[in-house]
Design a protein around this ligand. Structure first.
Ligand code: NAP
Ligand code: ZN
Ligand code: ZN
Length: 369
């Protein structure tokens, strides 16, 4: 069957002829790929920054943001049937006995670093006509999410970030979630970046009741600024508004959701974050550059304003389930905007343009069916 992969040894990207997979255990599910999202991680693997082929192969099939349809189930599969739409998760646990996160189903917190990631590290991904997966790693997507469920995996980043946020806010004993109003009501959040991670993060924040501001690079109006403003967020471009003007416009910043991977911009916003503020990093910058910041101000603010900074990667089972629930909510609230996040659908033959040429649009996907 046809698949898109990389040969890390030869530093080549191309179509690979991979054997059609066969269910080997009774718990296996054979899935026909419908769509696979392309993201910066795939592009980095194609520039050989990372990416690791599975044992016994000289190539790695790409793809970790996937939507598929079940075409066959093993005898022991209980909760899925032929015709179901499914979204697979990405990370698989390491084998270390002492890794408590992995032994407890939280491989997104793996402490050994020996985890596997489908399409990224040590196991083939989903940019193929079909794949096999265990039922436990597949999440049922309702048919009405067929057009947008490829966004589940990137949305899980915001889901985990927010689950962590509500845990960290337990340090404020006067805050009680009585369920009477949205948990973010009365708080102001800033999102940095308007790629899929930033836009889906803004949707999550707005749906939780935060007054949400988006700070990004491109001058407005543009496709992305119009999209985020149609959600009810306010967009600011660093090219049109100074940091001081931005800070004055927003006032007390309670939360920052960083989704650009550019430390300079992160530092600018961090330096104006308010009392008790929480700063979440999701962006992954390239290594190498030195960035100069006023480090003493960072330390002073952290201490004198009781601030907290944390990073977050990947997501657990809860994150995938929440993403599916939230995508359903987003479809009700913002049907048009949600559809507009997927800016292009391409055949697998367009892989070069999608993986090797400068990225355009927001989320582009490869269609296999
Ligand atoms: N933590 C995780 O598990 C995880 C998972 C996936 C991705 N990531 C990381 O998350 C980040 C965002 O991913 P993505 O797919 O949404 O990326 P993306 O599509 O490349 O979007 C990046 C966004 O950042 C904006 N930007 C660029 N330079 C900026 C600057 N100097 N100041 C402010 N904004 C700037 C861009 O603005 P314009 O559109 O205006 O040009 C763009 O909207 C990346 O670093 C990625 O590696 C993390
Ligand atoms: Zn991705
Ligand atoms: Zn582990």
């Amino acid at each position: 069957m046809q698949a898109v992969g990389v040969y890390p040894g030869k530093k080549e990207v191309g179509m690979v002829g991979h054997p059609r997979p066969i269910i080997r255990g009774d718990g296996g599910v054979r899935v026909r790929t419908l769509e696979v999202g392309v993201c910066g991680t795939d592009r980095e693997i194609c520039s050989f920054v990372y990416g690791e082929a599975p044992k016994g192969y000289d190539y790695l099939i790409l793809g970790h943001e996937s939507l598929g349809e079940v075409v066959e189930v093993g005898a022991d599969v209980r909760n899925l049937k032929v015709g179901d739409l499914v979204v697979p998760s990405v990370r698989r646990p390491c084998l270390r006995e002492e890794c408590r996160p992995c032994r407890n189903g939280y491989q997104d917190f793996c402490s050994s670093g020996e985890f596997i990631e489908r399409g990224i590290k040590g196991e083939h991904g989903y940019m193929a006509e079909e794949y096999i997966e265990q039922e436990d790693y597949l999440y049922l997507a309702p048919q009405h999410l067929r057009d947008v469920a490829v966004l589940v995996e990137p949305l899980t980043i915001a889901e985990k970030a927010m689950a962590q946020l509500w845990l960290t806010r337990k340090r404020f004993p006067w805050e009680q979630d009585d369920g009477a109003r949205p948990r973010g009501a009365g708080m102001k959040a800033v999102v940095i970046g308007t790629g899929p991670i930033g836009i889906l993060g803004a949707m999550k924040l707005l749906s939780e009741g935060f007054e949400t501001y988006v700070y990004s690079r491109s001058p407005k109006p543009n496709y992305k600024s119009e999209l985020v403003e149609s959600l009810g967020a306010e967009y600011f471009s660093m090219k049109q508004v100074t940091l001081e003007e931005f800070a004055e416009r927003v006032g007390q910043i309670d939360l920052v959701y960083e989704a650009a991977g550019i430390f300079k911009s992160a530092w600018d916003i961090l330096s104006v974050m308010g009392e008790n503020g929480i700063f979440i990093f999701t962006g992954i910058p390239a290594l190498g550059d030195l960035v100069s910041i006023e480090a003493n101000r960072l330390m002073r603010n952290l201490v004198l304003k009781n601030q907290l900074i944390y990073g977050t990667v990947n997501a657990d089972e809860f994150g995938f389930r929440e993403a599916l629930t939230d995508l359903g909510k987003f479809q009700q609230i913002w049907p048009e905007a949600l559809r507009r996040i997927v800016t292009g659908r391409y055949d697998a033959a367009s892989y070069r343009e999608l993986l090797l040429e400068p990225s355009k649009g927001i989320k582009n996907v490869i269609r296999f069916a």
